[in-house]
Design a protein around this ligand. Structure first.
Ligand SMILES: [Zn+2]
Length: 485
């Protein structure tokens, strides 16, 4: 090797729900660059033969479509950095795959085409994807390598980034030019029905390493896609990466056929029902804590996180010893701060971020405690998040200034809350993350209203390709029948 290959590090990550009235902009994204970005990828140290140059990565909590001005500014900045810092041998891209810019479509396709136009055809582009990302022909045409998570919950997120980097390193060092096969599979299901914690997704994903070995591939991915984006590219997909076009294509067909053959077996992995049914079921359970997913308003799927519907039903049913974690409402947090700990006050909760899917709820609350904690979307984030824990009848509610998922028990403990002390815990989440799964004596999923309503068949899709399973349940399909989103 005559010179150390130069690899740019960049990325954009935001799962965008097109059914949400929210817009994701400057206040939602955290831009990381330079040493801070490089430090987020410890596996880079495994490749001393490559010269990594950290550029810019923008990352936001899932939410609504991205504001066009923010996207155009980010894209221009990244293209400038690529153009000024080149020439490049490779670009490592940390993407999600379900970003959407308001008024546009196929954001990743647009961004990758622009990157390709800047770095030229010989540079290798390798992207790490979320398995809930949506792929398009334009995405594939402008990438050399795409690899996606193989677990949901995504416990392998770092491993996937590491794999995207290792594949790129190998191709650069051995001067390989990979080929990819892409088969969109017309299945569109929510993550809650396709978790790899249970069948059929567990077996389907578990067989990927064997598929790679048997077809002598570099990599293979199965993408469930993102159901709450009404775009032509929203669909399940298979992507294989190899050095031989015929075997790469044959493997993609195998995996696509396997996915399609199992379509009727996907179902929710935990007991599911209306909010009232799930509350009634939780109250009958003798062991605690029962963890209820308020799934329609899950901020980590793109929901606003400010729908008070479940809280309203808990109050209606006079449920006690319950924790609601949490509800995003910045004005209510401020009112609690002004009133102080111990004060009782009237609040109109929720429905401010997503008035389309939520009605405010009028309550009388007692302020139990006030907190200011780091809003830890990335380690280098310096933004803070004010919170108030309030008591509303028998229920404690965490009110948050920013949209906040509660995925870690330490985040509850930091507020002085002992999760084991409650009979019921309500979280704005779909399938439970590992720490909550372990905590829960039972997990129940409430089909609650919100922008990421699990009753997706009722949603007003106008742009996705049809027929699509399960919306058109009786449809037939063969992997050779290529649709090209
Ligand atoms: Zn995901």
């Amino acid at each position: 090797m005559t010179h150390k290959p130069r690899v740019a590090l960049a990325g954009l990550s935001c799962e965008c729900c097109t059914f949400s009235p929210l817009r994701s902009g400057e206040d939602d994204f955290i831009l990381v660059s330079g040493d801070d970005l490089e430090q987020e990828y410890p596996f880079l140290a495994q490749h001393p033969d490559l010269h990594f140059v950290p550029l810019t990565r923008a990352r936001a909590l899932p939410g609504g479509s991205i504001e066009p001005r923010f996207y155009q500014q980010f894209k221009a900045r990244l293209l400038d950095e690529l153009s000024e810092g080149g020439p490049w041998d490779g670009v490592f891209l940390h993407l999600h795959g379900a970003a959407h810019v308001y008024g546009g479509q196929d954001l990743e396709g647009d961004l990758l085409a622009a990157i390709r136009g800047t770095v030229g055809p010989r540079c290798l582009l390798s992207a790490s994807y979320d398995l809930h990302g949506n792929v398009s022909t334009r995405v594939i045409d402008n990438l050399d390598i795409l690899t996606a998570y193989r677990t949901a919950p995504h416990v392998d997120w770092m491993l996937t980034l590491e794999r995207a980097c290792a594949l790129l390193a190998r191709c650069l060092q051995e001067n390989l030019k990979p080929v990819m096969s892409f088969i969109p599979v017309p299945i569109l299901l929510p993550g809650e029905m396709t978790s790899t914690e249970f069948e059929p997704a567990a077996g389907l994903y578990g067989a990927i390493p064997e598929l790679i070995a048997s077809h002598d591939l570099l990599d293979a991915s199965l993408l469930i896609g993102y159901v709450w984006a009404d775009e032509p590219r929203s669909t399940g997909a298979v992507v294989t990466v190899g050095l031989n076009q015929a075997s790469t294509q044959a493997a993609a067909v195998d995996l696509a056929e396997n996915f399609w053959s199992l379509r009727h077996q996907f179902q929710f992995g935990v007991p599911t029902g209306s909010v009232d049914q799930i509350i009634a079921q939780a109250r009958l359970m003798t062991e605690s804590p029962v963890v209820i997913s308020d799934s329609g308003d899950n901020p980590t799927a793109g929901g606003a996180g400010d729908t008070p519907f479940v809280l309203g039903r808990l109050i209606h049913h006079q449920v006690a010893s319950t924790l609601v974690a949490g509800l995003a409402d910045a004005p209510a947090v401020q009112q609690c701060q002004e009133a102080g700990v111990g004060a009782e006050l009237n609040l109109s909760l929720g429905g401010k971020l997503d008035p389309v899917n939520a009605q405010p709820l009028d309550v009388c609350a007692k302020v139990l405690s006030l907190h200011t904690v780091p809003w830890s979307l990335t380690p280098s984030s310096k933004r803070m998040n004010d919170m108030a824990v309030v008591q509303i009848e028998g229920i404690q509610v965490i009110l948050t200034q920013r949209r906040t998922p509660f995925h870690h028990l330490k985040d509850l403990c930091a507020l002085g809350l002992n999760p084991k002390a409650f009979r019921i815990i309500v979280v704005k989440m779909g399938y439970l993350v590992p720490e909550l799964e372990e905590l829960a004596s039972s997990a129940l999923l409430a089909l609650s209203p919100g922008a990421v309503n699990q009753d997706f068949a009722q949603m007003n899709f106008t742009h996705i390709q049809r027929p699509m399973f399960p919306l058109d349940a009786e449809m037939n399909w063969q992997p050779s029948q290529r649709c090209s989103p």
